[in-house]
Design a protein around this ligand. Structure first.
Ligand code: ATP
Ligand code: MG
Length: 543
C-alpha cells in the first residue's frame, strides 16, 4: 500500500536520520465508549501505515480511564474493526494496566510540590479558572504542605471521600495564557465499576495526565492525535517531563476527517443507537466501520480513501462522492454481474409457450472469464423494472421500453410491447409483449437496432428478495441533528433476483446490472434473501 508523503512522515524521517530514535512506535488509542467510525479510520490507518513504512510498530491501546462510559462490548468491536481494516497491532494494551504506575508518578508530583489536593467543587474550579482575557484565581487549598497532600491523596485512594469531594490538581500556573495549564485536575474520585480493574480503584486519572504517561510507558515515539489537542500539548510535555519519564514521546496533531451529511462523533452515534433511530451500531446507514462493513464497504476501499485524502494539519470535510468513488473503484474490480429487478413490472410474452423455459449460459463478467458462468432463464413470464417502461416513448433519448417499441433483454431476446393492462386507477400493471426468436442472443442477428438493452428476470426462475436502498442518515444543517434525520434513509423494496443466486456466486459483492453494487445483509438466509445496496453505479451528485 502506497503511503502518501505527509508532514508526519517527514518528521519521522528526520528523527531516524538524527538518531533521535532508531525505531518508530505509534499507537492507536481509542476510548472504548463506542464503535469506531470512518473518522477513526484516518487515525488507525495513518498510525499503522506510518510505522509500517519505517519497519516500526503500532500498539492498540484502550484509553480506558473513564469507567462510567466504557464497556467490553466496545473493546471487542474495536479489535475486530482494526483486524478487518487489515492491521495487526504489535500489542493490545489497556491504559488501566498502568494505574499503579500513574498513581506513583502522581505521588512524585506531590513530593516535588507540583500537585495538590483541592476541596473545591467542579463548579468552583471551573468558575475560578478565569477565561482567555482574565487569569484564574488560586484555590485556597493550593498551598497545602507536601505531607498533607500525600495523606489526603492516599485517603482519596482509600475511598474515604465522596465523588467530587476532592480532586488532585497539577500545580502549574493559574495565570497561564493556555487555559489547560491553569492547574488542571489530574485525578478524580469515581466509584463506578471499571470494565478491566473492577472495584480496585476509586480514583481515576484524567485524560491530560493519563495519556502522556501511557505513551511514555509504552515507548511511543510519535503520538498522533487530532487537532483539538494542540492546546493540550504544553501540558502533555509538562506531564512527561515532571513525572520524570525516561522515554519522551512527541505529540503531533493532524486534522480530523469529516464527511458531508455524516455525523461523526461517538456521542451522536450512541444517541442514534440508544434512541433506536437505527437498528444498532452496525446499521448499514451508520458511518461506523461495522455499519460500513455490513453495508458492503470493503476495507480496501476505506484504506484507499483514507490514504487518498492524505493527512494534513487542518480539519477537512470531504463530500460523500469522494468516498463512494473509491468504493466503486474497488467494487468494480471485485464484483460479478447479475440481474435483479427492484421494482417489478409483470411482463407476459404472448407468443411464447406457457411450458417452455430456455436456459442461456453466460459469464459472470464477460471481462473476467475466471469468474465462471451462470445460467440465465427466459420464459413466458418475466419481470422488468417499472422505471424501464413508459407507455409513450417521450423522445429519442428514451432508450428503454415503451408501447410499440422494441428492446433487447440482456443475454436473451428482443421483445416488443404490444399492449398494456391497467388497474382501476389507470396504473400499468402488466405488459403484453412479443419476442422475436430470430434475435436470439449469440445468433449474430443484426438486422434491427433495439431501443436499448434492459435487465429482467424470468418470473418462475427468480428468487423473491428484499432490497435495502440507503440514503444519508442525516443532512448537514444548523438545526439539532435529531431534526435533520433523513426519513427516507432506508427504503425497503420487494423484488426478484435471478436464479443464479440459488447457487454460490463467485464474489462477495456483485453488481446488479444498471442498479448498483450489492451484497447480502447479515440477516439474509437462503429462504429470505436480503440485499443491501452498497452504492449506486454512478454518482447522483449534482453540482
Ligand atoms: P468522537 O469525537 O467520535 O467521540 P474521539 O476523538 O472522542 O471521537 P477516541 O476514541 O478518543 O474518539 O479517538 C481515538 C483516536 O481517533 C484519537 O486519536 C482521535 O484523535 C482519532 N479520531 C477520532 N475521530 C476522528 C476523525 N473524525 N478524524 C481523525 N481522527 C479521529
Ligand atoms: Mg475522545
Amino acid at each position: 500500500m502506497e503511503n502518501h508523503s505527509n508532514f508526519i512522515k517527514t518528521i519521522m524521517i528526520q528523527d531516524l536520520e538524527s538518531k533521535k530514535h532508531d525505531e518508530i512506535i505509534t499507537r492507536f488509542p481509542p476510548e472504548p465508549n463506542g464503535y469506531l467510525h470512518i473518522g477513526h479510520a484516518r487515525a488507525v490507518i495513518n498510525n499503522f501505515e506510518l510505522a509500517k513504512n519505517f519497519g516500526g510498530k503500532t500498539n492498540l491501546r484502550f484509553d480506558d480511564t473513564n469507567p462510567g462510559k466504557e464497556d467490553v462490548e466496545y473493546v471487542n468491536a474495536i479489535i475486530e474493526d482494526i483486524k478487518w481494516l487489515g492491521y495487526e497491532p504489535n500489542k493490545v494494551l489497556y491504559a488501566s494496566d498502568y494505574f499503579e504506575e500513574m498513581y506513583h508518578r502522581a505521588i512524585l508530583l506531590i513530593k516535588k510540590g507540583l500537585a495538590y489536593v483541592d476541596d473545591l467543587s467542579a463548579e468552583e474550579i471551573s468558575k475560578t479558572r478565569g477565561n482567555l482575557t482574565t487569569p484564574g484565581t488560586e484555590s485556597p487549598f493550593r498551598n497545602r504542605s507536601v505531607s498533607e497532600n500525600i495523606e489526603l491523596f492516599e485517603n482519596m485512594n482509600k475511598g474515604m471521600y465522596k465523588e467530587g469531594e476532592k480532586v488532585l490538581r497539577a500545580k502549574i500556573d493559574m495565570a497561564s495564557p493556555n487555559m489547560n495549564m491553569r492547574d488542571p485536575v489530574i485525578y478524580r474520585i469515581s466509584y463506578a465499576e471499571h470494565h478491566n480493574t473492577g472495584k480496585r480503584w476509586c480514583i481515576y486519572p484524567m485524560y491530560d495526565y493519563a495519556h502522556p504517561l501511557e505513551d511514555a510507558i509504552e515507548g511511543i515515539t510519535h503520538s498522533l492525535c487530532s487537532l483539538e489537542f494542540e492546546d493540550h500539548r504544553p501540558l502533555y510535555d509538562w506531564v512527561v517531563r515532571e513525572t520524570e519519564m525516561p522515554l519522551i514521546p512527541r505529540q503531533i496533531e493532524f486534522g480530523r476527517l469529516n464527511i458531508e451529511n455524516t455525523v461523526m462523533s461517538k456521542r451522536y452515534l450512541k444517541q442514534l443507537v440508544d434512541e433506536k433511530h437505527v437498528i444498532g451500531w452496525d446499521d448499514p446507514r451508520m458511518p461506523t466501520l461495522s455499519g460500513l462493513r455490513r453495508r458492503g464497504y470493503t476495507p480496501e476501499a476505506i484504506r484507499n480513501f483514507i490514504l487518498g485524502t492524505g493527512l494534513s494539519r487542518i480539519n477537512t470535510t470531504v463530500n460523500t462522492d469522494m468516498l463512494e468513488s473509491f468504493l466503486r473503484d474497488d467494487l468494480a474490480n471485485n464484483s460479478s454481474k447479475l440481474m435483479g429487478v427492484i421494482d417489478p413490472l409483470k411482463v407476459t410474452v404472448i407468443n411464447y409457450d406457457e411450458d417452455k423455459v430456455e436456459a442461456f449460459t453466460v459469464p459472470f463478467d464477460p471481462n473476467k472469464p475466471e469468474l465462471g458462468e451462470r445460467t440465465v432463464y427466459f420464459s413466458k413470464h418475466l419481470y422488468i423494472e417499472q422505471d424501464d417502461f413508459v407507455e409513450v416513448k417521450p423522445n429519442k433519448h428514451w432508450k428503454r421500453l415503451a408501447k410499440d417499441v422494441e428492446v433487447r433483454l440482456f443475454h436473451t431476446y428482443f421483445i416488443k410491447c404490444v399492449d398494456v393492462i391497467k388497474d382501476e386507477t389507470g396504473k400499468v400493471v402488466e405488459l403484453l409483449v412479443t419476442y422475436d426468436p430470430e434475435t436470439k442472443s449469440g445468433s449474430g442477428f443484426s438486422e434491427r437496432k433495439p431501443n436499448g438493452t434492459i435487465h429482467f428476470v424470468s418470473a418462475h426462475q427468480s428468487i423473491k428478495t428484499q432490497f435495502n436502498l440507503f440514503g444519508p442518515l442525516v443532512f448537514d444543517g444548523e438545526a439539532p441533528f435529531i431534526e435533520r434525520l433523513n426519513k427516507d434513509s432506508w427504503i425497503k423494496k420487494e423484488g426478484f433476483i435471478e436464479a443464479a443466486f440459488s447457487k454460490d456466486i463467485p464474489t462477495k459483492s456483485f453488481q446488479l446490472i444498471r442498479m448498483g453494487y450489492f451484497n447480502f445483509d447479515k440477516v439474509s438466509t437462503k429462504e429470505n434473501m436480503v440485499l443491501n445496496r452498497i452504492v449506486e453505479l454512478k454518482s447522483s451528485f449534482q453540482k
